[in-house]
Write a new protein. Structure first.
Length: 204
C-alpha cells in the first residue's frame, strides 16, 4: 500500500470505504488515522446534517419525502379510475366503488412497487430515498409481510365509513412522531424503516 496517501483529502464516504478495506493488523497506525479522520469529518456541520448510516432508523424527513413520492404516484395511477367512474359516483361510497377502489389500489401497488418490495423491501419513494422496510431485528422484511401485514390492513381500514380515512390518513402517519419513529402500520406488521447500503443495493 502506498505510504504517501494523504487521507486528509478524502471525503467521509471514501474514508469509510478505506476503513472497511484496510488490513488493520498489517497497517494499525494507518487504520487508527483513518478512524480519527472519520470522527473529525462526522463532527463537521455539513456531514452532521447529511450523513446517513446503513441500518440506522430513517429520519422522519426522509420517510415523509418517500411518502410524498409514493402519494404522487398513487394520484397519477388513479386518474383513469376517476375518469371512468366520475367524481360524483365515487363520492357516493357504494359497495361497487368500495370494492373496485380497493382492488384497483391493491393491483396498482403490486404492479408499481411489486418488484422493489420483493427484491429490496422498498417502494419507489423509499428506493430513491435510500431506505427500506425491515423486521425489528434489522433484516429485510419479506414481500408477504410487507404486503399482507403492512399495506393491506391500512387499505382495508381506509374502507371503513367515516373513521377509516381518518385512521389510515392521519392517525397512521402521526405515530411516526413517537419515540420509536414508527407508523401505525409498522406496529401492526412489526417492522421499521431504516437506511440501506446504497452501494450494495446498486450492485445487487
Amino acid at each position: 500500500m502506498d505510504s504517501n496517501i494523504d487521507f486528509s483529502n478524502y471525503t467521509l464516504h471514501e474514508l469509510q470505504s478505506s476503513a472497511k478495506a484496510i488490513d488493520r493488523e498489517l497497517y494499525p497506525e494507518r487504520a487508527k488515522l483513518i478512524d480519527e479522520l472519520i470522527q473529525q469529518k462526522q463532527q463537521e456541520p455539513e456531514y452532521k446534517e447529511s450523513e446517513v448510516v446503513a441500518g440506522e432508523m430513517a429520519s422522519r424527513g426522509h420517510r415523509f419525502a418517500a411518502a410524498i413520492v409514493d402519494l404522487l404516484i398513487v394520484l397519477i395511477v388513479f386518474i383513469p379510475y376517476f375518469i371512468y367512474y366520475g367524481f360524483e359516483k365515487i363520492e357516493e361510497d357504494t359497495l361497487e366503488i368500495i370494492v373496485t377502489s380497493f382492488l384497483y389500489g391493491a393491483l396498482s401497488t403490486l404492479i408499481i412497487h411489486g418488484y422493489l418490495l420483493y427484491t429490496y423491501g422498498q417502494t419507489v419513494g423509499k428506493y430513491y430515498m435510500g431506505i427500506r422496510i425491515e423486521n425489528l431485528d434489522g433484516t429485510q422484511a419479506s414481500f408477504s409481510k410487507i404486503f399482507f401485514q403492512r399495506i393491506l390492513p391500512m387499505q382495508l381500514i381506509s374502507l371503513v365509513p367515516v373513521v377509516g380515512q381518518y385512521i389510515s390518513g392521519i392517525i397512521n402517519p402521526l405515530f411516526i412522531f413517537g419515540k420509536q419513529q414508527r407508523c401505525l402500520h409498522d406496529y401492526i406488521a412489526k417492522t421499521k424503516v431504516s437506511y440501506v447500503d446504497i452501494d450494495n443495493q446498486t450492485s445487487a
